[in-house]
Write a new protein. Structure first.
Length: 77
């Protein structure tokens, strides 16, 4: 269904897949951080949150690059 929506919107399917992966990483990192907080391991919890943020940033770089290139194309020279 999401693939059909992406094709209809003329959006590259790879970007939709990447966004879904980013959302999944965010949920898993938050879930793991909450479990470790409940276990009394606050230091590990903060490390899990940091790792999740780094993974999300790394996966978002290609999307951010395309967005910046698109904006630069729209600006008249």
């Amino acid at each position: 269904m999401l693939e059909k929506l992406a094709v209809n919107a003329k959006v590259n399917v790879v970007y939709v897949e990447t966004i879904l992966k980013i959302i999944g990483i965010a949920y898993i990192a938050e879930f793991a951080a909450q479990i470790t907080k409940d276990a009394g391991q606050g230091a590990i919890s903060s490390k899990i949150e940091l790792a999740g943020k780094i993974l999300i940033l790394a996966m978002a770089i290609p999307i951010l690059t395309v967005m910046i290139e698109t904006i630069l194309k729209m600006i008249p020279s």
